[in-house]
Design a protein around this ligand. Structure first.
Ligand SMILES: Cc1ncc(COP(=O)(O)O)c(C=O)c1O
Length: 408
C-alpha cells in the first residue's frame, strides 16, 4: 500500500532533473505547473507541426471518435486510401504509392525494412552511424554489424572535393550486391541536424539500386514540412523523378500532429509484388480510421495555410537571429538548420543542460543534448517572429550571464 504513494511512472530516459508538469497545451504554448506558460520549441516530441490542440484537427477527432475509433484489419473504410491519395497530391509525388498506417515511427521504419528484405531476399541494410532509425532492438544504435553497414560520414559532411564519391573511394568497400536497402534519413540524426551532401546520397542511392537494392526514406522527423519541403528527400536531386523517388517512405510524428499515427508508403509496383508474395503483417492498429481522419485533416490545414512556407521562413529568421546573437556575445560554436529543424551547438564555456534550464526559467521549452552540447529548436511551423525574438533575447541573456563565460 505504501508503494501506491510513490510515482509509479517508469521512466527509461535521462531527464533534466527538474519537474515539469504539463497542465494543457495550445498552439505553441504549454501551460505548466512549475514554470507557468512555456513556448514550445520542440513541437511536443517534434510532432505538433501545426501547434498543440489545433482547432480543426481536434474537431475532426471529436466528431469521429464515437463512430470511427478503431476497427479490425478485415474492415475497409475510405480513410487510408484517401489519406494516401491526398498526401501524394499535396507532396507532389511523381510516382504512385500505396500505403498502410500504424502507430509509431519505429514501427514504420521497421516495417519498411522488413518489406525491403522480403522483396530483395537480402538481410543487409546500409545507413549512417549518426542516423537514429527507431527504438526497436534491430533499429537502435549501435546496430548489429551482421545486418547493418552503418557508414561514418562525418568527413563527407564537409567534403570540398570536386570529384565524385566513386573517384574518392572512401566508401569503396561497401558490397552493394548484399544490400536489401539504403535506409536514408535526410538530416535529422536524432537532433544533431547534419545534412548528408547531395553527391554522397546520389552515389549511395544509385549504387544500391544498380545492384538490385531499394531506397527507404525515413521521414519520421524530416517529413511534413519540418525541413521546408514536404519531405526531406525532396532536397536531393537524385530522387527527383518518377523512377527515382524512394521505394518506401516511412512516416510518423507530423502525420498526426501529435496523435499517434505512422505509416509506410510503398511504390505501387512493389506493393503489388509484396501482396502477391503473400507477405503477412498484422498488428492491432492497422489503418485505424480515426488516425487516418486526423492525418487527412492535418494535410488539409497544412495546404490551406501554406504552413510549410511559413515554417521555412521562420527557420531562416531564427538562424539569422541566432547568428546575430553569436556575433554579439559569442558562446555559440555552430548554428545548423534546414526549415524549422535547428541546432545551436554551444562552445565549451556553456553546458547545454544549464542553458536548457535557464530557458525554462524564462518561459521556453527546447531540446538539448549533454553529449553534443547543443540546444535544438524544432518549433511548430506556425511559430511567429515575435516568439523567435523572445527566445533569442532570453538565450542571449543566459549566455551573457553564464558564470562559466564570465570567468574566461
Ligand atoms: C529519424 C527518426 N526515425 C524514427 C524515429 C522513431 O519514431 P517513434 O519515436 O515515433 O517510434 C524517430 C523518433 O524520434 C526519428 O527521429
Amino acid at each position: 500500500m505504501k508503494q501506491m504513494c510513490k510515482d509509479l511512472r517508469f521512466k527509461m530516459f535521462a531527464g533534466p532533473g527538474v519537474s515539469i508538469t504539463a497542465v494543457k497545451a495550445s498552439g505553441v504554448r504549454i501551460q505548466t505547473r512549475e514554470y507557468g506558460e512555456l513556448i514550445d520549441f520542440e513541437s511536443g516530441c517534434w510532432a505538433a507541426i501545426l501547434g498543440h490542440n489545433r482547432k480543426e484537427v481536434t474537431q475532426a477527432l471529436i466528431e469521429n471518435v464515437e463512430d470511427s475509433l478503431h476497427t479490425h484489419q478485415f474492415f475497409d473504410t475510405e480513410h487510408p486510401g484517401a489519406l494516401v491519395r491526398e498526401l501524394t497530391k499535396a507532396a507532389a509525388f511523381k510516382s504512385n504509392y500505396m500505403g498502410t498506417f500504424i502507430s509509431s515511427g519505429s514501427e514504420a521504419v521497421s516495417l519498411a525494412v522488413s518489406l525491403a528484405e522480403l522483396v530483395t531476399g537480402r538481410p543487409r541494410k546500409l545507413s549512417f552511424s549518426i542516423s537514429y532509425l527507431g527504438s526497436t532492438p534491430e533499429l537502435h544504435l549501435p546496430r548489429d554489424p551482421a545486418r547493418w553497414t552503418d557508414l561514418d560520414i562525418r568527413e563527407c559532411l564537409s567534403c570540398t572535393r570536386q570529384s565524385g564519391c566513386r573517384e574518392c573511394g572512401k566508401h569503396s568497400s561497401i558490397d552493394f550486391s548484399q544490400l536489401a536497402a539504403f535506409v536514408f534519413e535526410p538530416g535529422n540524426s536524432g537532433g544533431v541536424v547534419l545534412f548528408p551532401p547531395d553527391k554522397l546520397i546520389r552515389f549511395l542511392a544509385e549504387e544500391t539500386r544498380a545492384a538490385g537494392g531499394l531506397v527507404i526514406a525515413n521521414e519520421v522527423t524530416t517529413g511534413f514540412g519540418r525541413t521546408g519541403k514536404w519531405f526531406g528527400f525532396q532536397h536531393y536531386g537524385v530522387f527527383d523523378s518518377e523512377a527515382n523517388e524512394p521505394d518506401f517512405i516511412s512516416l510518423g510524428k507530423g502525420l498526426g500532429n501529435g496523435y499517434p499515427i505512422s505509416g509506410v508508403l510503398v511504390k505501387l509496383r512493389l506493393a503489388e509484388i509484396i501482396e502477391a508474395a503473400g507477405f503477412r503483417y498484422v498488428q492491432s492498429h492497422i489503418d485505424d480510421p480515426l488516425g487516418c481522419i486526423v492525418a487527412r485533416k492535418v494535410i488539409e490545414v497544412m495546404q490551406k495555410e501554406n504552413v510549410i512556407e511559413h515554417g521555412a521562413k521562420m527557420g531562416e529568421y531564427l538562424r539569422t537571429k541566432l547568428a546575430e546573437t553569436a556575433a554579439r556575445i559569442g558562446g555559440i560554436k555552430e548554428i545548423r538548420g534546414r526549415g524549422m529543424m535547428n541546432v545551436v551547438e554551444l562552445d565549451n564555456s556553456h553546458k547545454a543542460k544549464e542553458v536548457f534550464k535557464g530557458l525554462l526559467e524564462k518561459g521556453f521549452f527546447t531540446g538539448y543534448s549533454e553529449v553534443y552540447n547543443y540546444i535544438h529548436l524544432y518549433a511548430p511551423l506556425i511559430i511567429t517572429e515575435e516568439d523567435i525574438d523572445a527566445l533569442c533575447h532570453s538565450l542571449e541573456l543566459i549566455l551573457e550571464s553564464d558564470p562559466a563565460v564570465q570567468t574566461d
